[in-house]
Design a binder for this molecule. Structure first.
Ligand code: CP
Length: 305
């Protein structure tokens, strides 16, 4: 890790990501280490969550630690109190902060001001914990992380951004199809393209889902309207017409392609009802793997700090 914090997927070296994926698969079996014995972990969430909250809470317990959850109405991050003061105070009580925040700048400020590790449990810019679970799921179902093609259909959001970078870091190609107004930001595109090129892979953007999906080993989608963008829902519903993943679109990918969705799913929007239950879908494995991959991450962080 480049620092004490895990705020972006690029905070991990490619070899570390692969080690964490391997370790997560080990932890999924019967291993019961307790590296967090005597450790307290604050879960500070500014937004709702099912998977992230439960998987961190249960994961910390399983590793022997004590999670303390504080929800959206409790702390008033940056509102009731300065982010910098919160980070300094929480550092006096606990050993790690896992934070879900509205703005990525909040988690960066927490990282700067906390004397303990800070983990990004989703910001408006990245969702790196999701990418770790995604890569574990890809490894389990495709048998490797390298030389694959991941096609992402939909909004170039925080999940897409972390996945594009994570895919490039482990040596696979990433193709994203989005309406032109919702394409990846230039900085992420440039960084992901540079990393991909150094691994002889490609990073490509399209507006046509058919172009992105051709030859794909993995087809991934996520909501068109992320948390905090609700005011844009109607406009997005119009702009994203034609980007719904259904069996017909899926049939244009490789024959043995898997379907992924980080959930929650908005049926009838980015995905048709029933897709998550199709034999080619690994979405529920992906949700489970949040637990195992975050345990591997916590173990890794506490080996170092
Ligand atoms: N995928 C994901 O982060 O789910 P939650 O928002 O329910 O935590």
């Amino acid at each position: 890790m480049k620092s004490k914090d895990f705020l972006r997927i690029t905070d991990l070296e490619p070899a570390e990501i692969k080690t964490l994926v391997k370790r997560a698969i080990e932890l999924k079996s019967s291993l019961r280490p307790k590296p967090l014995l005597g450790r307290n972990i604050a879960l500070l969430f500014e937004k709702p969550s099912l998977r992230t909250k439960l998987s961190f809470d249960i994961g910390v317990h399983q590793l022997g630690g004590h999670p303390v959850y504080m929800g959206p109405t409790e702390v008033g991050i940056g509102d009731r109190e300065l982010v910098s003061d919160i980070a300094k105070v929480v550092s006096r009580y606990v050993d790690c902060i896992v934070a879900r925040v509205n703005s990525h700048s909040t988690i960066e400020e927490m990282g700067i001001n906390a004397s303990i590790p800070v983990i990004n449990a989703l910001s408006d810019f990245e969702h790196p914990c999701q990418t770790l679970a995604d890569l574990q799921t890809i490894m389990e179902h495709k048998g490797r992380l390298e030389k694959l093609k991941i096609a992402y259909i939909g909004d170039s959001n925080n999940v897409a951004r972390s996945l594009a970078l994570g895919t490039a870091l482990v040596g696979s190609s990433f193709a994203i199809a989005s309406p032109s107004e919702y394409t990846l930001d230039p900085t992420t595109l440039r960084t992901a393209s540079r990393i991909a090129a150094s691994n002889n892979c490609q990073m490509s953007t399209f507006t046509d889902p058919l172009e992105a999906i051709a030859g794909a080993d993995v087809v991934y989608t996520d909501v068109w309207t992320s948390m905090g963008q609700e005011i844009e829902t109607m406009a997005r519903l119009k702009q994203f017409q034609g980007y719904t993943v259904d069996s017909q679109l899926m049939s244009k990918a490789n024959k043995d392609a898997i379907f992924m969705h980080d959930m929650p799913a908005h049926y009838g929007e980015e995905v048709v009802e029933g897709m998550l239950d199709e034999p080619f879908s690994v979405a529920f494995h992906q949700a489970e793997n949040r637990l195992h991959s975050q345990k591997a991450l916590l173990e890794h962080i506490f080996e170092r700090f």
